[in-house]
Design a protein around this ligand. Sequence first.
Ligand SMILES: C[S@@+](CC[C@H](N)C(=O)[O-])C[C@H]1O[C@@H](n2cnc3c(N)ncnc32)[C@H](O)[C@@H]1O
Length: 287
Amino acid sequence: MAADSQPASGWSGQATGPRDPDLAASAEIQPCTRAGRCFDAAVVDLSHDSFPRSSGYDADWLLERDMGPNPLWLLEELLEQQTVEPGSRILDLGCGRGATSVFLANELDAEVWAVDLRTDVVSLEATLAGAGVGESAHVVGADARHLPFADDVFDAIVSIDAWEYFGTDDHFLPGLLRVLRPGGSIGMATPAMLREVRDLGHIPEHIRSVVGWEALAWHTPEWWGQQWQLTGLVDGVSAAPARTGWSDWLRWAQAAATGRDDDPSVEMLRADRGDLLTFALVSATKR
Ligand SMILES: C[S@@+](CC[C@H](N)C(=O)[O-])C[C@H]1O[C@@H](n2cnc3c(N)ncnc32)[C@H](O)[C@@H]1O
């Protein structure tokens, strides 16, 4: 969207989107199978009709690397709006235990730099090698705010469920864009709310009791879209809630809870009923 067609705020993107269509169905999901067996990584089915490429990855393998909800589903949906050409040099920022880096290397035949501040480098390298992408995916332990890369080296930057830890500072996106080539794409998925906490005037109790002040970083998709647009450094900003953000989050949290029926995330999501909680998918191209 051309900058001169923007209203005064600089942001006119459609970001609220439809309510999660899986709301009713997902509210019925129980932590145990009909046969009475509680979820265990060995019996959890994480196949998803909307995400056929993610469904090719083993549920046990994914849950062993769990650091947050459904990274491959989020990444696969993000790649519907973010253009990443096959063979690209991709920065996977806040890669955690490496599932998304494996996916990017495999599915896009990409050269991937898997960057994280705290993850165990040795086991991350073992994950990449074990998945057969040890030659094309490289581990770098680094802070997203101080990246050890030259200017303009990446064709794309992707970040799944990590931006909320380092990306809320007004200085962050402009600084990060240094390592992305002009015309390169950037995209991220981050926990989000359908209303701004600052408009509500408080963090709703079912969220505050589980994540506390961290929900201050869970902005609406609209907020993120405007934040990126206002920098004047990117074009084609897209910001929307994940199509089935709340229900997918709940489904994953239940699978990861492996039979615990009092998992705090599951309780938070059930109490929410999809009224506020989702994931934001945000993407743009560097000018
Ligand atoms: C919730 S985990 C998600 C990991 C992975 N992307 C996934 O979806 O499974 C967030 C990750 O962000 C990383 N992280 C937090 N702050 C960071 C920073 N300043 N620089 C780089 N990584 C950071 C954490 O170490 C963690 O691995």
